[in-house]
Design a protein around this ligand. Structure first.
Ligand code: GDP
Ligand code: IMO
Ligand code: MG
Length: 423
């Protein structure tokens, strides 16, 4: 049985959490493959809004097992908070949530190093979520990291101490003013580790291999978005993992020839939180309206998201890098009421018109070439079938499908589970 992927195609926050929740009824296993608590995946159902950071978005369904894969980085303190928030739902967490022994641990000092690194960069800061993501993946690739499996060893605290001591020296090296009480942070960490150890740790690549053999249906849930990919994103303003399709292979141990559908998810416009280039960004009342109507505030940090028009140059790039086989368009409802919509179809780059994403997409190098389209006035949020769509929305969807050469299978018209229209 092939493993399907669900990936964000922009700068994150496309609505992955909502769609994974909607699709879980069709799957036996939902597996997160990269990122960590920098993610904020929002689900809404029965009048409840829930934000998940590390736990896969299939957690509310009785039919599915949720796996935190080896490619994920876990902060026990944040994980414990997530578990606490789930308590009222009476879920049998020990059996429906399994954690890879090979997933790496975010230490309190990783978070401090993230803050020190950002402070030392001044204006050039990445705008990271300050969750310790960069330093933890640095220790992973530097072969110094601590993994979930280490917590099963009697001497895990010695390993922890050695790594934390090294981090303290590194924090001093940055020579920036960061206040912290490491004793208190460590106490929190150790308490959270004890709670984490009550959960089920597995060799997830073996588990997934056997599950596949038994014909189980598996959906891999991405975090962040393709333009935040460490290799293919807007480097250095990216996250520290491969958010693209290949990341699912390394982050779960699934072979490339076992990948089935690649579901790519995008907003009908574009947003970005944190620093870095964003060619179609709007600084006027149109962008302000998108942010207000779309409630564009980071699910993890609460920061306002920057808003702009849909960028087809960037979206085509993401479709190619991931091998997307079907698309999902989110938040079409937010565009209701704009008389004219714009979509970037090319960039002017060094005086020439280009159709691909160049190495430098900073504002001084690139300016978008827009196609204008009629907007729609109708409120989409109560619609339940494609037949109700206004003509201008159909034109918008048809145009995107033609340009991207991939069908748009789902149109989302609101944050709730039920506001999801299949085409
Ligand atoms: P994720 O990180 O990709 O899971 O996305 P986030 O949860 O960070 O951000 C998406 C936001 O948009 C959340 O607040 C969702 O509840 C909301 N949302 C998802 N789909 C829609 C939609 O179709 N319309 C509207 N208005 N909001 C949506
Ligand atoms: P989800 O899964 C949006 C951004 C940060 C920053 C950059 C690096 O909810 O879509 P990091 O903390 O990873 O070192 O930050 O990446 N970023 C996200 N933006 N959605 C996310 O996740 C993000 N995770 C990280 O704002 O610009
Ligand atoms: Mg998010």
């Amino acid at each position: 049985m092939a493993v399907d992927l669900l990936l964000g195609l922009q700068w994150g926050d496309e609505g992955k959490g909502k769609i994974v929740d909607v699709l879980t009824k069709n799957y036996d296993i939902i597996a997160r493959f990269q990122g960590g608590p920098n993610a904020g995946h929002t689900l809404e159902f029965d009048g409840i809004k829930h934000v998940l950071h590390t736990i896969p978005s299939g957690i509310f369904h009785k039919n599915a097992t949720n796996i935190v894969g080896n490619g994920v980085v876990i902060d026990p303190v944040i994980f414990k908070k997530e578990l606490d928030a789930l308590k009222k739902f009476n879920l049998d967490i020990k059996s429906i949530l399994l954690i890879s022994r090979k997933a790496h641990l975010i230490l309190p000092t990783h978070r401090l190093l993230d803050a020190a690194s950002e402070a030392s960069k001044g204006k050039a800061k990445i705008g990271s979520t300050l969750k310790g993501i960069g330093p933890t993946y640095m220790d992973k690739t530097g072969r110094n990291g601590m993994r979930i499996g280490d917590l099963e060893l009697d001497n895990w605290k010695e390993k922890y101490r050695a790594l934390a001591n090294k981090h303290e020296a590194m924090i001093d090296f940055y020579n920036v003013d960061i206040q912290y009480d490491l004793k208190e942070l460590e106490e929190q960490f150790c308490n959270a580790v004890e709670e984490l150890k009550q959960l089920t740790f597995i060799d997830s690549e073996e588990y997934l291999y056997q599950a596949q053999k038994q014909g189980k249906k598996i959906l891999a849930e991405g975090a962040q978005g393709s333009l935040l990919d460490i290799d293919f994103g807007t480097y250095p303003y990216v996250t520290s993992s491969n958010t693209t399709a290949a990341g699912a292979c390394t982050g779960l141990g699934v072979a490339p020839n076992q990948i089935g559908d690649v579901k790519g998810i995008f907003k009908a416009y574009a947003t970005r939180v944190g620093s870095g280039p964003f060619p179609t960004e709007l600084f006027d009342e149109v962008g302000e309206t998108m942010g207000r109507v779309g409630n564009e505030f980071g699910a993890t940090t609460g920061r306002p998201r920057r808003c702009g028009w849909l960028d087809l140059v960037a979206l085509k790039y993401a479709v190619r890098v991931n091998g997307v086989t079907e698309l999902m368009m989110m938040k079409g409802d937010v565009l209701s009421g704009f008389k004219t919509l714009k979509v970037a179809t090319a960039y002017t780059y060094k005086g020439k018109e280009i159709m691909h994403l160049p190495y430098n997409i900073e504002a001084e190098n690139v300016s978008p070439v827009y196609k204008e389209m009629d907007g729609w006035a109708e409120d989409l949020t109560q619609m339940t079938k494609v037949e109700e769509f206004p003509k201008a929305l159909n034109n918008y969807i048809d145009f995107l499908e033609k340009e991207l050469e991939v069908p748009i299978k789902i149109v989302s018209v609101g944050p709730d589970r039920t506001q999801t229209i299949h085409r």
